[in-house]
Design a binder for this molecule. Structure first.
Ligand code: HEC
Ligand code: HEC
Length: 291
């Protein structure tokens, strides 16, 4: 009797292991289909000036677009996810030092990464938010490239990206945005210059950087990071609708809301929004209040 139960338990456990292995095999297969897909794109070449005003504008964009969160403040690269089930994900060394970009990495290669989310083999970059950067105008994207190219070389060995079993499952299910190239209109013709002023139109342009977490509608919802706090609604129907312009600007600079809540930098990256100029925050406020 007892040995019969044992036998059945063993069969059951074995059966479960087989099911899990098959499911994992299927997810691995699907994952590789996403990462091995090659894209045929025509990269539109644009001039990249190298004067000091352009480089200064590029530095500001590097800060407010959060490049440093994933590539390091000095571009040396950074491991920003290190969790065995999800994986180890590192932003590349963006300098031309050892372990960084090859000397052959020209403006077209930069544009292909930033606007198409593709690497040198025309396969999707992993997790790099190019689906947001592809909406930047020619001036902004050229300034970012100019700034990065003007930085000193740093030698740091490149860290290879490794996606764990949970990371494969969640990315295949679309729960983590691992494949930017799939979410880009590769035919998009970006404007040469979006007028930078305290207007809601400029606010809409800037708000693309908020959509990765606050959703394209900016009404918030689930956190894109598994297990993260829910993301707030930042349209006029949320708290922001009740805040004055001064309160909005103070919140994005200090992380402290008029309701007295201290936003945590790991949830809401307010040290990044603190770097926005008065004009940029005003534009964002006007846009958010209008939707
Ligand atoms: C959420 C994190 C994240 C942010 C923010 C981010 N990147 Fe990346 N980026 C990555 C990762 C990860 C890779 C490596 C992807 C890969 O190798 O598949 C990458 C790759 C790149 C590459 C391609 C380098 C190569 O070796 O092929 C460039 C260029 C780049 N990023 C520039 C930028 C710039 C400029 C910004 C800001 C405008 C930025 N990134 C913002 C995560 C990020
Ligand atoms: C990395 C994800 C992420 C990005 C990017 C992000 N946010 Fe947030 N934001 C959050 C989360 C999560 C919360 C909720 C935090 C909490 O409840 O503690 C939040 C909260 C807020 C709040 C407070 C809302 C309230 O009702 O108290 C404001 C305002 C805000 N974000 C504005 C912005 C703006 C503007 C941008 C773009 C410039 C932006 N956020 C980009 C994740 C993000």
């Amino acid at each position: 009797m007892f040995s019969k139960i044992l036998k059945w338990t063993a069969r059951l456990v074995l059966g479960l292991i087989v099911v899990v292995l098959i499911a994992f095999g299927i997810f691995s297969f699907l994952f590789h289909q996403h990462t091995n897909k090659t894209y045929a794109v025509t990269v539109r070449d644009i001039p990249v000036p190298d004067d000091s005003a352009t480089i200064a504008a590029g530095r500001h964009l590097y800060e407010i677009k959060g490049c440093g969160e994933c590539h390091g403040a000095d571009l040396r690269g950074k491991v920003f996810v290190d969790d065995p089930p999800i994986g180890r994900i590192a932003g590349s060394n963006l300098t031309y030092g050892k372990g960084g970009l090859p000397a052959s990495y020209d403006n077209k290669a930069w544009l292909k990464a930033l606007r198409h989310g593709l690497n040198a083999e025309n396969k999707t970059l992993l997790l790099m938010p190019s689906e947001e950067f592809t909406r930047l105008d020619d001036h902004d994207i050229a300034a970012i490239i100019a700034y990065c190219k003007a930085q000193p070389k740093i030698d740091t060995p490149s860290v290879s990206i490794k996606i764990g079993p949970m990371g494969k499952v969640l990315s295949v299910l679309g729960k983590i945005p691992l494949f930017p190239a799939e979410h880009i209109d590769h035919q998009r013709e970006q404007p040469n210059l979006v007028v930078k002023a305290s207007t809601k139109e400029y606010g809409q342009y800037l708000s693309v950087s908020c959509t990765g977490c606050h959703k394209p509608s900016l009404t918030g919802g689930d956190n894109p990071v598994p297990g993260g706090v829910p993301v707030a609604n930042i349209t006029s129907t949320g708290h922001v609708g009740k805040w004055s312009q001064e309160e909005f600007i103070a919140t994005l600079r200090t992380g402290k809301t008029p309701e007295g809540k201290q936003l945590q930098a790991k949830d809401m990256p307010w040290p990044m929004t603190a770097q926005y100029t008065e004009e940029e925050l005003t534009a964002l406020y006007l846009y958010l209040k209008s939707i």
